[in-house]
Write a new protein. Structure first.
Length: 289
């Protein structure tokens, strides 16, 4: 190869390398633009609240394309920076805490979200404020949970839920649809509106607690739900010992309330149950294997 041909060959190779680098730079820039755009879209899907009540940021909104605006209050520990997985707890309120009752009414009138913080310092607490206790609200709850699972570093072996009164009806629907999302569920002073089959299939632990003379529901529907689940587990071949580990019925007698100066088992039951270490301790001691 003579000198002129060699120089021309080298120049050609340098040109190819430079073009390749340019394409890679353009590709990297395009990918970065796409990442920035996706990040911006993610930010736009949430409107963050600007006010606080105690440790909660109030009235955040997840904008769902299919389910509309999903309002929620949230407690995120100051220690959370995304480098370590945190537990997640979702608490659904009774009628007095629904969104139309006023922003933050759920956490103003119920202690579940605050008491939960005492059991695990590394836990995000989400307190949705939905519009009712029907199927749409159940689907909104699922979408909100999935948002947190996708956008926060969540320990999926420690995802807990509770529902009080009407919130229990909604959460029972959620459990009938997606029990796989949860480590355990606590139902207080309520009744089951959801299906049981998936709960049994997933072996999701459930704790039912209610007053024996609950003025709104009575204890009958809760006992029926427990008995139905118990029979389904028996049909699956589980022993009594195995069932008792994942299914609890706790019907509180009159003395439980009256000894604490309470005579309205439904309206004030949530306050007692959220402060009961045995009940709340059961929930937060559960962990998926």
């Amino acid at each position: 190869m003579n000198r002129k041909v060699f120089i021309a060959f080298c120049f050609f190779m340098i040109l190819i390398i430079m073009l390749g680098c340019t394409r890679n730079t353009m590709r990297d820039s395009s990918n970065q633009n796409n990442t920035d755009e996706n990040s911006e879209n993610m930010k736009e899907s949430i409107t963050e609240g600007t006010k606080k009540y105690r440790s909660f940021i109030l009235d955040n909104v997840l904008h769902s394309k299919t389910l509309g605006e999903i309002h929620y209050n949230v407690y995120i520990p100051d220690s959370y920076d995304g480098s370590e997985s945190y537990a997640l707890y979702i608490t659904l309120p009774g009628y007095q805490g629904l969104y139309f009752q006023g922003v933050g009414k759920n956490i103003e009138t119920e202690d579940f979200g605050f008491r939960a913080q005492k059991y695990n310092a590394k836990m995000i607490v989400v307190a949705p404020q939905l519009n009712d206790w029907d199927e749409t609200s159940a689907k909104q709850t699922i979408e909100l949970i999935e948002y947190f699972l996708s956008n926060y570093n969540i320990d999926k072996t420690r995802v807990y839920a509770s529902g009080y009164s009407g919130g229990g009806e909604t959460m029972s629907l959620v459990m009938g649809m997606r029990p796989d999302l949860f480590t355990a569920y606590l139902q207080c002073s309520s009744k089951c509106d959801g299906d049981y089959d998936l709960v049994v299939k997933n072996r999701t632990p459930v704790y039912f607690v209610i007053g024996e003379n609950d003025e709104y529901y009575g204890s009958g529907p809760t006992e029926e739900a427990y008995n139905r689940l118990y029979k389904l587990y028996q049909q699956e071949g589980l022993s009594k010992t195995e069932i008792d580990k994942i299914l609890v019925l706790d019907v509180k007698d009159n003395n439980y309330f009256e000894s604490q100066g309470i005579y309205n088992q439904h309206g004030q039951g949530g306050g007692l149950f959220s402060n009961d270490k045995k009940i709340m301790g059961w929930l937060f001691s559960q962990k998926k294997q």
